[in-house]
Design a protein around this ligand. Structure first.
Ligand code: SF4
Ligand code: SF4
Ligand code: SF4
Length: 591
């Protein structure tokens, strides 16, 4: 049977067909839908959201050592988090086949960095595959699990956004059920102590030579001969773009297995063509290795290494031809910066923080980043997941040691707190910095699309489970000053901030209210209510001061003719933040 699937759905199908029985991930664009779809195969696969990528990777590697075919997926920055066990597991090798996906995000649509994780394959000495479409993505999971078992290696599948999210035809096959492999205790393989690691290190080099031979022989790397004046070497989605631009007018070496590279195959292809182009998205990963082997080629001198690639860039930079396009007047386009949703429980937190003077706010990844933008403009730094608490700790120590009265407030979400905020907070307690940490508990992993986490009480496969209590954890980490408040009440937020900023000890404020877009569970309906109200501007009272607009709620606008604020009733959720800000009580709640 054939089906139209995204690359992420196809990877999940490949996980099913490959006989994988354990999968773990932490959500992150553009990888999130992979585990969401793996989780649907409830009868055959255990699929789990882990608190972070390192834990996802480690639980999958444990399952592999126990003998099961296993899988872990993450976004590109997630691999940075999982890198520690990844490097060690590369030395030990696997028992059951182990496949991991790095979903890279050229163009940085929702990440901190644009990174080409193919270099991880070279750095950690892994086998790597790069699909160009959904059909290949599914088949490559099956190939990857076999390569992993045959060569005793992690098999990394490197995807990029367009392969993850574009749809193409996938041929569905049966699941191959493989028995659990026998596990026998073997510390010479699985215990990376220095004397053992040194021997494993030699084994890894031998494995890489075998993998290069495989790379030269596998049909995953194949040549399409056409005119030999131009030869194109390409991989991943860049191959699709090159085909769109050149069609059948040039010859191709299509690389599906991209580490180690098939250097013999590349040399014989290069010998046959007059001019050789290497077309790849982001860094010159293939080009550098080709040039290091003394083969002349054109690559990044024509194709940029910044941002997403597309056929237009290839056409313009190699053929010097422009696409036909419509003219638009850019001045007529209204810029729309990203903003917190109407009714977002974080709005009041950032509104109150924005009013404070003499504080540094260390922010974190997720919807909290929106607090950095105007009109709220209350966040100073966003570095990486979990860094708000530890960065805040370092900054606070410097201020205190230099007799500065500047205070530091660290802002982090609930999912992020479980991901990597807890250790930072332990550092705050242990090394005693006087920071205020605000944990914005919106009861879900918000920005990636509402995945559950240890604080929600629901697993990736929908079962009820332990609901981790943030307040209990915070106290157990050594913080004595803890308050849980309703962030929709600005006076509660203000009083909590006054209290925390006056202390000479570390403190934590937990703001507990569900994300405005979240479907509330029965338990949450009991705690937070089940219905939303609407707010309305009473025009006879409104003095047109625009103070309500400073909350940045997208449901609010201003009528220039009447000089009155207006609330879009279709967007408003009646959170009442704007009405608490209005100096003349011109905003009423309609029950
Ligand atoms: S998704 Fe939820 S938490 Fe994020 S901005 Fe929107 S309402 Fe706020
Ligand atoms: S009550 Fe005000 S701030 Fe809240 S959603 Fe409605 S318009 Fe926005
Ligand atoms: S804050 Fe109140 S008075 Fe000022 S514009 Fe908004 S609704 Fe009108």
């Amino acid at each position: 049977m054939k089906k139209l699937m995204t690359g992420n759905e196809a990877i999940a199908r490949g996980v099913y067909e490959a006989g994988i029985t354990f999968a773990a991930a932490y959500p992150g664009t553009p990888s999130t839908e992979i585990l969401e779809n793996v989780a649907l195969y409830k009868d055959d696969i255990v699929a789990e959201w882990a608190p972070n990528e390192k834990v996802a990777f480690e639980s999958a590697l444990g399952a592999s050592i126990a003998g099961a075919r296993t899988f872990a997926s993450m976004k590109q920055v997630g691999v940075n988090v999982a890198a520690d066990p990844m490097f060690s597991f590369s030395y030990t090798g696997v028992n059951g086949g182990f496949v991991m996906v790095s979903a890279d995000e050229p163009g940085i649509h929702s990440s901190q960095t644009e990174q080409d994780n193919r270099y991880y394959a070279k750095f950690a000495k892994l086998a790597m595959l790069e699909p160009s479409d959904s059909g290949e993505a599914k088949e490559m999971v099956k190939e990857a699990v076999k390569i992993s078992e045959e060569f005793d290696t992690i098999a990394l599948i490197r995807m990029t956004t367009r392969v993850c999210h574009s749809k193409s035809i996938v041929e569905l096959n049966e699941r191959c059920n493989v028995p659990l492999k026998n596990y026998t205790k073997n510390i010479n393989k699985y215990a990376t102590m220095p004397a053992i690691s040194m021997k494993l290190r030699v084994k890894v080099e031998d494995r890489m030579k075998k993998l290069e031979k495989f790379s030269n022989e596998t049909p995953l790397n194949y040549i399409e001969w056409n005119d030999k004046k131009i030869g194109v070497i390409s991989s991943g989605v860049a191959y699709q773009y090159a085909k769109e631009v050149f069609g059948d007018t040039v010859s191709y070496l299509k690389l599906g297995f991209t580490y180690p590279l098939p250097m013999d195959k590349i040399k014989s292809f290069a010998d046959e063509v007059d001019t050789l182009y290497v077309i790849e998205e982001l860094e010159p990963f293939i080009e550098e290795q080709i040039k290091a082997n003394g083969i002349d080629c054109i690559g990044k001198d024509k194709i940029p290494n910044v941002g997403e690639l597309n056929p237009h860039i290839i056409r313009k930079n190699i053929l010097d031809k422009e696409n036909d396009s419509l003219d638009t007047d850019a001045n007529k386009l209204i810029p729309r910066p990203p903003t917190l949703c109407a009714g977002c429980p974080h709005r009041g937190v950032f509104y109150e923080l924005g009013k404070r003077k003499n504080i540094m706010v260390t922010g974190d990844i997720g919807c909290y980043g929106l607090g950095a933008l105007p009109p709220l403009s209350s966040v100073d730094t966003i570095i990486c997941m979990g860094a708000s608490v530890s960065a805040g700790h370092g900054a606070a120590k410097v201020y205190r040691n230099n007799n500065s009265d500047k205070k530091v407030v660290s802002v982090i979400g609930d999912s992020t707190f479980f991901h990597s905020g807890m250790t930072g907070l332990l550092d705050v307690a242990y090394n005693q910095s006087n920071t205020v940490t605000i944990i914005l508990d919106n009861r879900i992993t918000g920005m990636t699309g509402h995945q559950d986490h240890p604080g929600t009480g629901i697993t990736a496969q929908g079962q009820e489970t332990l609901e981790a209590d943030i307040e209990v954890i915070v106290k157990a980490l050594g913080i004595r000053n803890v308050k849980t408040i309703n962030p929709l009440r600005l006076n509660e937020m203000k009083e909590a901030l006054d209290w925390a900023l006056d202390l000479n000890e570390p403190s934590v404020i937990i703001t507990r209210w569900p994300c405005a877009l979240k479907r509330r569970t029965e338990k949450e309906k009991n705690e937070f209510g089940s219905r939303f109200d609407i707010c309305k501007v009473n025009e006879s009272i409104c003095i047109g001061c625009k103070k309500c607009l400073s909350t940045g709620c997208p449901a609010l606008s201003f009528n220039l003719e009447d000089k009155k604020a207006v609330i879009n009733e279709n967007m408003c959720l009646g959170c009442e933040i704007c009405s608490q800000v209005c100096p003349v009580n011109a905003i009423d709640t309609i029950k």
